[in-house]
Design a protein around this ligand. Structure first.
Ligand code: NAP
Length: 255
């Protein structure tokens, strides 16, 4: 049996660490050629070295997803290197600063939404442009369980991730008939540097066990558990999955 992503060319954003790095490894093992993007170029190069050890072809592009010209450059670099674009995992994102909504500044709002929501818009726009040239593809956007339900002091993050759900569905209905599937993954809380930096802050002592207990499965998720779902959604095995909110959350949203 062929690997799930055999011969496919896939862009991964936020590939320097966390879920994006795990996705790069899983997609390399599944047979894809990869264009890895992050604004942490050193981290992306470290990911790329392991991807190469796994036998996959790979190009690294330093790109800030909140800047349209850099996203266009990323897609163009993938097409220039590999001749086409078949898939994308639009995963780069940043967390909230734990501010009550009535104290949230416009700058804080913009910082999160420029990356988490506008960045996904720029990625979709340029990836779809490239995919239309070669007859289609598949795209997975990283939303969050917090795109569906909320926690206090995270209004800008919840809004950004809810926006990703709307954007994903808009693209899914607009381009499904042209051979492009678009889905959103909703992770629960996943053990990545993003979460490690949050729970290590003194004001959040005790948060980790509370987060674990919040998931019916009794623990946090691992980056590879999100990566494997992204591999499947990008593969032809998911050929009838389009516009979905795909929860990978240990039951977080079932409570
Ligand atoms: P992470 O460990 O912080 O990794 C995110 C990566 O994205 C980092 O390498 C980061 O670079 C990069 N990045 C940030 N802003 C960027 C930009 N403007 N352009 C390009 N790259 C950028 O985060 P993660 O936990 O793996 O999260 C990945 C995605 O999953 C995010 O969209 C996040 O919101 C979502 N998510 C995570 C969880 C969770 O529990 N971890 C839960 C639900 C959803 P720097 O390190 O230089 O900032």
């Amino acid at each position: 049996m062929k690997p799930m992503l055999d011969g496919k060319v896939i862009v991964v954003t936020g590939a320097a660490r966390g879920i994006g790095r795990a996705a790069a490894y899983a997609m390399a093992q599944a047979g894809a050629s990869l264009a890895l993007a992050d604004f942490d170029e050193d981290g992306a190069n470290t990911t790329a070295a392991q991807v190469a050890r796994l036998g996959a072809r790979c190009v690294v592009v330093r790109a800030d997803v909140s800047r349209e010209e850099e996203v266009a450059g990323l897609v163009n670099a993938a097409v220039a290197r590999f001749g086409r674009l078949d898939g994308a995992f639009n995963n780069a994102g940043i967390e909230q600063r734990n501010t009550p909504l009535h104290l949230l500044s416009e700058a804080q709002w913009n910082a999160v939404n420029d990356v988490n929501l506008k960045g996904v818009f720029f990625c979709l726009k340029h990836e779809i442009r490239a995919m239309l040239e070669t007859g289609g593809g598949a795209i997975v956007n990283t939303s969050s369980a917090l795109g569906r339900v909320a926690i206090p002091n995270a209004a800008e993050y919840c809004a950004s991730k809810g926006g990703v759900l709307g954007l994903s569905k808009a693209a899914a209905v607009e381009y499904g008939s042209q051979g492009i599937r678009v889905n959103a993954i909703l992770p629960g809380v996943i053990r990545t540097p993003m979460i490690d930096s949050l729970v290590s802050q003194p004001q959040f002592a005790g948060l980790l066990p509370a987060l674990e207990a919040r998931h019916p499965i009794g623990r946090l998720g691992e980056p590879d558990e999100i990566a494997q779902a992204a591999v499947w959604l990008l593969s032809d095995l998911a050929s009838f999955v389009n516009g979905s909110e795909f929860s990978v959350d240990g039951g977080y949203l079932a409570v």
